[in-house]
Design a protein around this ligand. Sequence first.
Ligand code: BEZ
Length: 216
Amino acid sequence: MPGITLGDTVPNLEVETTLKNFKLHDYFADSWTVLFSHPGDFTPVCTTELGAMGKYAHEFEHRGVKLLGLSCDDVQSHKDWIKDIEAFTPGSKVKYPIIADPNKEIIPQLNMIDPIENGPSRALHIVGPDCKIKLSFLYPSTTGRNMDEVLRALDSLLMASKHNNKIATPVNWKPDEPVVISPSVSDTEAKKLFPQGFKTADLPSKKGYMRLTDVS
Ligand code: BEZ
């Protein structure tokens, strides 16, 4: 996808939101942020997604992660829509800010455009405290996102970051499951980094690259 991508700094745009106006870097400072875009207000899939984000909010708070929505309508429309969102998903409270982008000026600058439709997508960036993009999803408007996968991916990023990217998480990984040691780490370094030990899978190639360890 053209435009900002993994490792790039999100532009420090001044945004108008349902809570207050701010510069993006001020919002991102000192924590991780999940920034997610929506094609427009009062649309069915978006209504379910924003409601689910509200319901999962405690999971993000617990991890010290902020939420930031964006939809391509104005603040008053967002505020009216929030009543529908909360009514459709009982127990959901939309306490996180939603950026207004009625003229679709912000969404291309954040690279949250569907290149096939040439219009707004369901994109999601996980942004680090350094204001750089660590992970991106790009879904078309016809496919709602999976909040469990957003959390799972976030947990993987937080775990890898905690271990200075010396570990990685394997397929379908969930917290409390073993992680793999990055190929860039030698066995000698791994012994120092992971005093709890690690297991090397005995594979036909005998290359010794599949090293699993338990971390917390
Ligand atoms: C929706 O949120 O339901 C939606 C938005 C744009 C296009 C298609 C569906």
